[in-house]
Design a protein around this ligand. Structure first.
Ligand code: NAD
Length: 418
């Protein structure tokens, strides 16, 4: 297997392109990002020292609309990773019918090692350095691993301050995932986890079982994992194992998720929580459950871990959590995989709602956000199931096929400039 995440992402895309016999010109265009922006920028530390950071914004494709995708702050961020994540955004936005293309960005940094003041200076300088690369009609970032609503607020404020006095309302749409007080949408914070739960509920319908009573393990207890856990527990799922970067917790009778949620918010980790046993990192994968939810980083379900897994469905809340050989093992053992581009699309859907609210200057009620989110995610899941039946293929191939057909249809109509 190639170590390159972008090569792995391309392999998924090429496989589905073969299945639907995608026009080779569109295939060539979609196999590389349109723009690769790399910036090196200085930030003053609290100690007075000046440090140089490397940041990325990769714009994969914008045939459907402005580039859209998160910003990741993590020590492993590099060009290859961001290119893969940007491509997945194009396929995700197309799959769920949004008028957006795909992008992703990030900074190679461990944000836990910096003070809030240092992070604010870093976010503002990075935003300034990106300049016209981003904009409400150009490219719209959002939170991802290691970034949050506060950082989105700083991006918006920096962008608005250097953009001159006009268009203040619409300028807020330069970034989504903002705090509600400054133009964010109700329901955005929980949206990705909510979408993952809708995907799991849909799978229950496909396979004729009840959501309530399912046993679940979750890797990652950040934005996506913790909200998914909270909502799934409310629906009667039994969350028996949860891991983050500090610990893996197991309680066969079910972890008290509201209490763990509060504990993790307060301590910024799950280690030390007294309502479960701490077990080894790899034990998470071998615990028998109905559903396994990877909600941390890519390449977590390797071949060896897949060999040890005992579950019926993997719902990919994270992007790219299953390696190609891990996927082969799971599929050969009859485990369903609900792919990332479908499973975690809830976040970008509500980001789109936030952008619409910023454009119109009108805030939506949380009930409206949830109803429309459910409709869009449900419809995308229905389309993938229908495509699966048509092509006799996996969930992942079917999701890509739905997405690629829409992209090809738009290219057919628009043509290729000039
Ligand atoms: P986050 O930074 O809020 O949380 C990440 C979590 O993963 C943390 O709990 C961290 O401790 C845990 N983690 C990191 N390394 C780990 C390891 N080796 N083992 C176990 N846990 C580990 O990030 P997030 O926003 O929740 O994103 C998680 C995943 O979901 C990423 O793949 C991201 O791209 C994807 N995603 C996020 C959104 C969103 O709206 N935030 C939308 C779509 C997809």
């Amino acid at each position: 297997m190639s170590d390159s995440l972008h090569a792995a992402a391309n392999k998924q895309f090429q496989q589905a392109a073969d299945l639907i016999d995608l026009n080779p010109e569109y295939r060539a265009i979609l196999s590389q990002p349109e723009n690769e922006v790399i910036v090196n920028f200085p930030v003053r530390m609290d100690s007075g020292e000046l440090k140089l950071f490397k940041g990325y914004r990769i714009q994969h494709n914008n045939v459907l609309g402005p580039y859209k995708g998160g910003l990741r702050f993590h020590p492993d961020v590099d060009l290859d990773e961001v290119k893969a994540l940007a491509a997945w955004m194009t396929f995700k936005c197309s799959l769920v019918g949004l008028p957006y293309g795909g992008a992703k960005g990030g900074v190679t940094i461990n944000p836990r090692e910096y003070s809030d003041r240092e992070l604010e200076r870093l976010v503002r300088r990075f935003t300034h350095q990106l300049g016209d690369t981003i904009g409400p009609e150009i490219d719209i970032p959002a939170p991802d691993v290691g970034t949050n609503a506060q950082m989105m607020d700083w991006i918006m404020d920096t962008y608005a301050n250097v953009s001159g006095p006009g268009g203040r309302q619409q300028l807020r749409g330069v970034v989504t995932g903002k705090s509600v007080e400054v133009g964010g949408s109700l329901g955005r914070e929980a949206a990705t986890g909510q979408g993952v739960l809708y995907a799991l509920r849909h799978w229950c319908g496909e396979t004729g079982q009840r959501l309530s009573g399912l046993t679940v393990s979750i890797q990652g207890f950040g934005n996506v994992g913790s909200h998914f856990a909270r909502l799934a527990a409310k629906e009667g799922c039994l969350i028996v194992a949860v891991a983050d970067h500090t610990a893996t917790l197991h309680n066969p009778s079910g972890i008290d998720i509201p209490r763990l949620f509060d504990y993790a918010r307060e301590n910024r980790m799950i280690k030390g929580f007294d309502g479960a046993d701490e077990v080894d990192t790899d034990d998470l994968f071998s615990i028998a459950v109905d559903a396994f939810i990877p909600a941390a980083l890519e390449n977590q379900i390797t071949k060896d871990r897949a060999d040890s897994m005992s579950c019926r469905v993997v719902v990919e809340a994270a992007n790219g959590p299953t390696t190609s050989s891990g996927e082969d093992v799971l599929l050969s053992r009859g485990v369903d995989i609900i792919p990332d581009v479908l499973a975690n699309a809830g976040g970008v859907v509500v980001s789109y709602f936030e952008w619409l609210q910023n454009q119109s200057g009108r805030a939506w009620r949380v009930d409206d956000v949830d109803t429309r989110l459910r409709e869009i995610i449900w419809d995308a899941n229905d389309k993938v199931v229908a495509m699966r039946a048509e092509l006799s293929c996996t969930h992942r191939d079917a999701a890509y096929a739905v997405s690629l057909r829409r992209l090809a249809d738009v290219y057919d109509r628009r043509g290729i400039f000039p």
